[in-house]
Design a protein around this ligand. Structure first.
Ligand code: ADP
Length: 227
């Protein structure tokens, strides 16, 4: 379970909080859309959860532990439980699809045998079986993002965090990607997606948390993008 308790984030040199006295709870296995205009604080929330940033005030608990207090080993373990997907895919251009996904396990020190076994399974899960030897530039945007999802999933995270994952995709491709996220969620992974894709949000009828100028302005269990 994720709990934000009265969390305020003020970046150094900024006079306006990026997040202001935010309290919310997300249970394990939920599917949540984070919506709100640019600058509302969505990415900041994601960065705080990954502990890429620390709150200025307040606490963030993950499964009962205050993540600000995690020591090095526990912090690595925390981050290992979180798979991240980015708007710009962040694939390594010189590496093949297989190598891009394998890299996520190599940095965790996994054995070549485990990597050989798991990478094809992760690629099959995202619908990319057979694309192992392609380079990112040879794939469509939707396929590149699926590589990004496979790379996130291969760590078997309990949470999948995606920041504008469909920002560079057309509508049809965006919808297919969201269906993939829904499938991943059905297998038990908590999914949190920051997005501007209002049509997808409206169609999915999932929990919607809306931020505006760093404040939580709406939290609905089966919500839409707009009020
Ligand atoms: P969103 O993801 O909803 O667009 P952000 O979390 O990126 O919103 O930004 C929230 C606010 O924090 C904005 O005013 C933004 O300019 C500011 N901000 C974000 N990152 C930084 C940073 N690294 N340093 C200073 N200000 C930042």
């Amino acid at each position: 379970m994720i709990e934000f308790k009265n969390v305020t984030k003020i970046y150094p040199g900024s006079d306006r909080p990026a997040l202001s006295n935010l309290s919310l709870q997300i249970d394990n296995g939920e599917f949540v859309f984070l919506v709100g205009p640019s600058g509302a604080g969505k990415s900041t929330l994601i960065k705080l959860l990954f502990r890429e940033q620390l709150p200025t005030k307040g606490e963030i608990f993950f499964n009962g532990k205050n993540i600000a207090l995690l020591e090095k080993g526990a912090l690595l373990k925390h981050r290992r439980q979180i798979g991240m997907v980015f708007q710009d895919f962040r694939l390594l251009k010189q590496k093949t699809v297989f190598e891009n996904v394998a890299f996520a396990l190599e940095v965790l020190g996994k054995s070549p045998a485990e990597i050989q076994e798991k990478v094809p399974l992760a690629l099959a899960k995202v619908g990319l079986a057979g694309k192992e030897n392609a380079f990112p530039a040879e794939l469509s945007g939707g396929e590149q993002q699926r590589v990004g999802v496979a790379r996130a999933l291969i760590k078997e995270p309990t949470i999948l965090l995606a920041d504008e994952p469909t920002g560079n995709l057309d509508r049809g491709t965006s919808w297919q990607l969201m269906e993939l996220f829904a499938e991943i969620n059905e297998s038990g992974t908590t999914v949190i997606i920051a997005t501007h894709a209002w049509d997808v949000v409206d169609r999915m009828q999932k929990r919607v948390i809306a931020l505006s100028e760093g404040c939580l302005v709406r939290d609905e269990l089966r919500g839409s993008y707009h009020d």
